[in-house]
Design a binder for this molecule. Structure first.
Ligand SMILES: *[C@@H]1O[C@H](CO)[C@@H](O)[C@H](O)[C@H]1NC(C)=O
Ligand SMILES: *[C@@H]1O[C@H](CO)[C@@H](O)[C@H](O)[C@H]1NC(C)=O
Length: 360
């Protein structure tokens, strides 16, 4: 066990010492404010867009390139590429700043019962290595669950090719008592993994509606009946040909707090303001970030993060471009605010949705 630093108080203050991030509100990009204000449900989201607009501006202008990478902290840290370290630092500061806003939740207990239930059902517990992992579907979560099962002795090796059972042999924070939850949140190493929000959505769409019959029946039929003209009473609808645009229409009508977990924003699943994560890895650096976590929790050296499955179909930049650009502009412009907290807190730039860009 690596002894924990008592750093909980520091994290929240992170925003105040980060000049770069504080500036981004003053660097607020008026263009993005005007463009999005029509679709914004609340002042909070409005603020977030202002903030992320400024951050985007800084990224575009290369201002972040001149930021100093954080100094190495202790021996447990991996030797990092400067770019990745900067990304971690920016993400950390952004979360610190955004989460210090008054309206944001500051603890698990200040969440609404629905929000808390979702969160606790997505946090997996390992008491031996003292960590909590909040899983986000479509962000390598099956592989992490495998690792957890190997660490707890329920599975012999990560290389065993079993059909993943997403419930058995896993301990969820939701099954513990409040004081047990409190203890673990306070003392354990907490991590999660994120992915570019639109890439994650597309991955869910292609997997669930392209391959999984139960989803086609449960969601596909309803989506087609709701959004395709002339089939509302048609009993022969099988739900296996939902278009991406129909899927997006459906998402726009869904409440982010009650969505299916495969397309629920990572923000709602893991509540990064209510839980102070020690590490937020990204799908884009999956191998090195996973390696870092395994080392940090003190996993035995023979427990490695599994290789990608042979059937794994990556979402390439071209595929994403194709799908996003095939959407009516109006849909896309309404979709982005729905995932705005994932874009801004986890510092993903908003996709370029201009007609000009889509022509390429
Ligand atoms: C953010 O930075 C603090 C202070 O350096 C650190 O303790 C914490 O683990 C970091 N959190 C994330 C999510 O990287
Ligand atoms: C979007 O893409 C177009 C064409 O590639 C480019 O000219 C424009 O600057 C981009 N806009 C942003 C905000 O990146």
């Amino acid at each position: 066990m690596v002894p924990r630093k008592p750093d909980y108080g520091l994290k929240r203050g992170g925003g105040t010492r980060s000049g770069a991030v504080l500036n981004f509100r003053s660097a607020a990009n008026l263009r993005s404010v005007r463009r999005s204000s029509a679709v914004l449900p609340s002042v909070l989201t409005f603020l977030v867009i202002v903030a992320s607009g400024g951050l985007l501006l800084m990224i575009e202008k290369g201002m972040l390139n001149s930021m100093e990478p954080p100094p190495p902290r202790g021996s447990g840290r991996r030797p990092e590429l400067a770019g990745e370290a900067i990304l971690q630092e920016i993400r950390n500061r952004t979360i610190g700043t955004m989460c210090s806003q008054k309206n944001m939740p500051h603890s698990v207990w200040s969440l609404s019962p629905v929000q808390r239930k979702t969160l606790l059902q997505h946090i997996l517990v390992n008491d031996q290595y003292r960590f909590l992992y909040c899983y986000v579907p479509k962000v390598a979560c099956s592989n992490w669950k495998k690792v957890l099962k190997v660490l707890s002795g329920a599975l012999e090796s990560v290389d065993i090719n079993v059909k993943m059972n997403h419930q058995s042999d896993l301990l969820f924070l939701s099954s513990l008592k409040p004081e047990e939850i409190r203890y673990r949140l306070k003392h354990y190493f907490k991590f999660m993994f994120v992915r570019e929000p639109m890439e994650r959505l597309l991955s869910a769409y292609r997997n669930k509606f392209g391959e999984i019959q139960s989803y086609q029946r449960k969601y596909g039929v309803e989506i087609i009946k709701r959004y395709r003209k002339g089939v509302a009473k048609d009993a022969s609808v099988t739900g296996d040909d939902v278009t991406f645009a129909e899927f997006v229409r459906y998402l726009l009508d869904e409440d982010a707090e009650r969505m299916n977990e495969h397309w629920m924003p990572a923000y709602n699943l893991c509540q990064p303001c209510a839980v102070s994560y020690d590490f937020i890895g990204s799908h884009e650096h999956l191998e090195s970030d996973a390696e870092f976590v395994l080392q940090r929790i003190g996993a035995p050296p023979d427990v490695r993060f599994p290789q990608r499955q042979t059937w794994y179909k990556p979402v390439t930049a071209e595929t994403l471009h194709y799908y996003l650009c095939s959407l009516p502009q109006k849909l896309l412009r309404e979709l982005l605010p729905k995932y705005i907290l994932d874009f801004s807190l986890f510092t993903y730039p908003l996709p370029n949705t201009t007609t000009e860009h889509c022509r390429h």
